[in-house]
Structures are given as structure tokens and as C-alpha cells.
Design a protein around this ligand. Sequence first.
Ligand code: URP
Ligand code: ZN
Ligand code: ZN
Length: 460
Amino acid sequence: MSILIQGGTLLCPEGPLQASLRVEEEKITEIGPSLPAGDSQVIDASGKLVFPGFIDTHTHFEMNKGLPNETADGWASGTLAALAGGTTTVLDFAEPERGADMTSALDTWHRWAEGQASCHYGFHMTIKDWNPAVRAELADMERAGVTSYKVYLAYDGLMVSDGDALEEVRAVGERGGIVGCHCENGGLVNAGIAAQLAAGNLSPAAHPLSRPAVVEAEAVNRWLTIGELAGFPVNIVHLSAARSLEMVRAARARGQRCYVESCPQYVLLDDSRYCQPGFEGAKFVLSPPLRKKEDIDALWAGLQAGEIDTIGTDHCSFHFKGVKELGKEDFSKIPNGIPGVEHRPVLMYTYGAAAGRISLHQMMKLLSEQPARLFGMYPQKGALSVGSDADITILAPNTPGKITAAAQYQNVDYTPYEGMEVLCRVDTVLLSGTVAVENGMVTAPKRGRFVHRGASKFWR
Ligand code: URP
Ligand code: ZN
Ligand code: ZN
């Protein structure tokens, strides 16, 4: 069975191209100006944008499983929402308990995802402990197709020491992988929370005050120092603030190789959201918190200048009713995280490409190519190239709509983007050569497979 996508603008690695693209079995087999239909099924993409399937390298499905603060989206709903929104691969975070081995955590995450996933998936591994046994497991992880890791410089129970982080970056770097970091200074965050509570500030409005941008920027600078000393590239996840980007700029000016992820929420939503009446602000409690308009402007400028490498969502959805409400009397008890896996492509198209802030080519690089390169999937994924996997997302531009929780696939009782206008719609998605979304509706669920990843392919 082959499929011919005709008449659209292909977002190819070299730039946009008016051409046709043929898919046979699970691969892209031909790209050319006017390919004959032959006996291929024809998809008319006239006036539409054809992207390599979008990749979201930052999701948390089925997090805190079994606890009162379990995430709303599990593997079934999270990946269904991802696919409906045009994302064909997600990388989620497997997380061992402190003191437990990574292999068991990986087995658990495999068990949860297998048979449930509607898009392809892989895992980063969170490192909480550092000792000879964990170091030895890096080889097992590599054999199992896990080549990227996350460490935290904040959160009691999660954060690692600077010395351990240094060794982790070195040990992972020597194997060709990469470590990403949650950059907030944990000690200062704890002090900030204590100060707000002592002052009687108990509402969500206290959340951004307890962990201001400088607390992130310090940790970004420290993480970059760790990377420099280790002698390997590092990744900064969910960067939110202008001051943090300044640290990155300075490090790069000195010749350091480092990579930056930001997220739609940090370029679209500001900290005024925390000051809404009642408990509404809890819908926006995540860490790092939403920032100021100046930060948003700086991040868009960073995107335009190519200083930001990937856009992930940090999708970590908690129901407002009953779960965010765990922090009704004390903002520090509000589970941290917001949903977004479904809406990243349409938001980045609308407020990025269509608004003239980034080009379509940049959008393709931020949402497909660079995530695939950084996390060892390129050019199998992230490219409209002959030989690449036929994971393909077709967007229909000039199709206005509105984001609403009522219309979403995400299994959560709100969206932080409620009511926001969008200017495109996900038309068709091919997952490994099979049409899985038609007219924005998922038609072939639960066909996702594990992506066995290799070494990072650095480009800067
Ligand atoms: O608030 C957030 N971001 N929750 C998800 C976990 C993380 O730190 O990425
Ligand atoms: Zn984080
Ligand atoms: Zn996260």
C-alpha cells in the first residue's frame, strides 16, 4: 500500500518545497515535483503544509501513579491527544524511586506505554542517585535505546549535588548521550516558599514570587559551569526567563556547546494569570512559573535568532477539581504542571509562524528536526527525506478555530489556553505510513511503538 501526498508545501531539511511525496510501507520513498499517482492512494494537500511528524521531547504521562496527585493523562489519553495535535513521537520521563535501579523503572514505563500509545514514544531517564551501580547501568540504558537523562537542581527528594551532576554529565557524555536539567536553585526555592507562607501569602499568586527568574538564572549558570567542567554539551529544559537566556548567550560566546528547550506556555502566557480571582491561578502553577512580558519578548527574540533549540510542552496535567485543589489553602501544595501536548503545533504555528515571529522552516526545526537530532532519532525521525520514517503531519492553514477544554482529547478538566484563537488545524497525520488522523480526528489509535534511540547528533 502506498500513499502519494500531492500539491502541498513540504517542510524539507533544506527549506520549503512545492513537491509531492510518496510513502511506501512505513518509509518515505520518493520526493519530487510531480510524481505520478500510479496505484497510490492520493492525499490532496493543496494549500496545506506538510511537516515531518512533530516530536515533543518533554511529557509526563502517568506521573505519581497511584498517588492523590497522579497526573490526569495516562499513556492512552496523553498519546491520543499528542497524535490528534500532530505529534507523532513523544519522549517521556521514566523516574526510578530514590535508591531503586533504572532498569526496573524502564520496565515499568514500558509496561504502562505498551499497547496504550497512539503515537511513537521513547524515554528519558531521571537520575536521582549517583553511585557505581547507577553508572554501570548507563550501558544497559544505551542497549535499551535510552540515551538521554534529566537531573533536577530543585525539589527535595529529586535534586542532585553539583558534584554528582558533574560526574553524570561526563559519564553520559562519554557514551554520546545528553543530560538535561531542571534549572532552579532548590535551596532558594525552599526559602522563597517559606517566606511567602510566613507572610501569609497562601494563594497561587505567591507561586511566581517564591521562585523568581533570578533563581532559575543562577541554576542555569551553575548547570552551564558543570557542563563546561565536564567537557560535554548539556541541555537546559523548560527555560523560561530572559536572564537565563543571557547566561546561555554568554556561555556560547565563550565557545561552550549547550542546548535550550522552551515551551509554548513561556512564550504565550504571563504571570498575570496567577492573579485571577479565586483559585483560578492554580491552573497555571508549574515550575519554573510563568514570567513577565519582557521575558516573553526575550524568548521570542531568542527563537527568532536560533538561540532556542527545541520547543517541548512539559505536559504534566492535573485535574483542577480535586487535584490542583490539594493546594487550596497553601499554594506550595498545588501539584506543579500544566497540560499542552495536544496544542503545541497549532499554537506555535499561529503565534510563531503565522505571526511572522519565526519562519515555517524554523518551526519545523524547533518541533521536529532538532528534537530528533538532539535525542538520537535523526534522520529516522524529524525529516521529510527519502528513507526516513513516514511520520507526517499535514496542517491546514487559514482555518481559524479556538482552543477549548470541551473539544480536547487531553483527559483533563481544563486547558491553560482556553479560548485562545488558532489559525490552523491538524488535517492529516501519518504514523509510520498509516493514516492515523483525518480531518483532525484520530482514526487509527494505539499504533504507537517504542523508539530505540542512539547517540545525540549535535549541530552547534
Ligand atoms: O511544573 C512542572 N514543570 N512539572 C513537571 C515536572 C518538571 O519539573 O518538569
Ligand atoms: Zn523540570
Ligand atoms: Zn517536565
